[in-house]
Design a protein around this ligand. Structure first.
Ligand SMILES: NC(=O)c1ccc[n+]([C@@H]2O[C@H](COP(=O)([O-])OP(=O)(O)OC[C@H]3O[C@@H](n4cnc5c(N)ncnc54)[C@H](O)[C@@H]3O)[C@@H](O)[C@H]2O)c1
Length: 437
């Protein structure tokens, strides 16, 4: 055993601040409440159901992750959030239409108690949405101060020990880094001047980091992934993670693509299309929001297949991604993938995948894991980008100059090795020569 990292105890109450009480947030909250009552199971959550192998295969040590490393308990989570609509958690979950009334009714009082605070919102960043529950302020700094006041009141009212904030709001329009994002002082001047280059999600991220609260971004918008906010995270010693939860079609893509590359099968084309009928689908029907999502979805294959190293197999890959808003399906997304493969001697083959998934059912356990792991990261003194949480994201945040790791299996190994490292256990290399010595 090596030295383990000092981790402060997980006891006490953790406030979970959610931006956007939509499909993902309400499915996550209602799920945790139901699991707490013992009426449902946390399927899909690594923190609740996963194990971690320790030592040699012959040792037979594979504890549950939650028994191995100190994580906050589900009973200690307290939920709060902001939305541009005034619906409480129960009404919002009904609107989202993901979970059955029979389940929602069993956690109804707890959901009804979650009344969203007025949001920081500007339609210029999410064109297809508008709602009444919105803050007014002198400038964006004033709005950030109002968010910080909400956070402090929530903490005091519920006597919280720690907090985590997750952006589960709608996907904002496509933006790239600009001068106002360069460092903290430029960013703060931008807040005072209400710079149009600072979208709402950055105002929330700024407020969280200033309050010393870990921040995760479930959507693909830039948000905390700019130098100014990363500088702030480093100054405040706060962990951040993002972007864009890896669910549905991209999850499957990052499961299949590493396998094809492992066997050196060529890929001439990968056509992905989806139909989706929830509010997220409606927002993504706007070309500017879709562009943010498209960038996030398209980059994964390039990084996994590495056409620079394998030009003959992947350099000419034609990768197309479509999302079509189709209201009858609600949250039950259907995705089709057609993969044109190339085998031995250049012979073509095809693989078709038809995934009838439930978007928020795949996303909710990820939000839970992110909350618990970011709280762990904060208690373990990890700050800035948490690359070990790449496992959960379509566009993992990474250090400048590095390429992001998209292969789900490498991501999982990195995550579990981080847990082993924190607890002073040997890292697992899978070399395994010792079994034959
Ligand atoms: N469901 C998935 O599998 C999945 C996967 C990856 C990413 N995402 C992303 O997660 C986000 C949430 O998805 P969803 O399905 O819950 O969408 P949703 O439309 O049901 O919920 C988003 C909520 O955010 C609110 N909102 C928007 N801007 C806000 C602001 N500035 N402040 C406060 N509230 C705001 C909206 O009113 C809405 O209630 C989206 O950006 C989506 O692209 C979802």
């Amino acid at each position: 055993m090596k030295n383990s990292t000092e981790i402060t105890p997980a006891a006490g109450k953790v406030g979970v601040l959610l931006v956007g009480l939509g499909a993902v947030s309400t499915t996550f909250i209602a799920g945790v409440l139901a699991i707490r009552k013992g009426i449902a199971s946390p399927i899909g959550s690594l923190t609740q159901m996963g194990t971690v192998r320790l030592g040699k295969r012959t040792e037979g040590r594979s504890p549950m992750i939650k028994d191995f490393i100190p994580l906050a308990s589900l009973d200690g989570l307290v939920f709060g959030g902001w939305d541009i609509f005034e619906d409480d958690g129960y009404a919002a979950a009904k609107t989202a239409g993901v979970l059955d009334a029979s389940l929602l009714d069993q956690v109804r009082p707890e959901l009804e108690a979650i009344k969203p605070w007025p949001a920081v919102f500007d339609q210029r960043y999410v064109k297809r949405l508008d709602g009444p529950n919105v803050k007014r302020g002198r400038n964006k700094m004033d709005l950030a101060d109002q968010l910080r006041a909400d956070i402090r009141t929530f903490k005091a009212d519920h006597q919280l020990d720690r907090m985590v904030l997750v952006w589960c709001g709608s996907t904002e329009v496509y933006m790239t880094e600009s001068a106002v994002h360069a460092d903290v002082s430029a960013f703060e001047r931008g807040l005072e001047a209400s710079s149009p280059d600072i979208p709402s999600s950055m105002v929330y991220a700024y407020a969280a980091l200033k309050e010393g609260i870990p921040y995760a971004n479930a959507a693909p918008n830039l948000s905390a992934d700019v130098p100014a906010l990363l500088e702030l995270a480093a100054e405040a010693g706060v962990p951040v993670a993002g972007k864009d939860l890896k669910t549905g079609q991209t999850l499957i893509k990052t499961i299949i693509a590493p396998g094809l590359k492992a066997r050196l099968l060529g890929v001439a084309g990968w056509y992905s299309t989806n139909i989706l009928g929830n509010r997220d689908g409606e927002v993504l029907d706007d070309p500017e929001s879709f562009k943010t999502k498209e960038e996030s979805k398209k980059s994964v294959l390039d990084y996994i297949l590495q056409p620079n190293l394998y030009p003959e197999l992947y350099a000419k890959l034609c990768h197309v991604v479509r999302i079509n808003y189709y209201p009858p399906r609600g949250d039950n997304k259907e995705g089709w993938d057609n993969i044109d493969l190339v085998g031995w001697l250049g012979y073509p083959m095809q693989l078709k995948i038809n995934f009838l998934c439930r978007d928020s059912i795949l996303a909710a356990p990820i939000v839970l894991d992110l909350v618990l792991f970011l709280d762990l990261a904060a208690r373990a003194g990890l700050q800035g980008i948490q690359e070990w949480l790449s496992f959960y994201f379509k566009s993992p945040m990474h250090a400048p100059g590095l390429y992001p790791e998209h292969d789900l299996f490498i991501q999982l190994m990195k995550l579990k090795n981080t847990l082993r490292y924190l607890r002073g256990e040997e890292l697992i290399t899978h070399l395994g020569r010792e079994y034959y010595d």
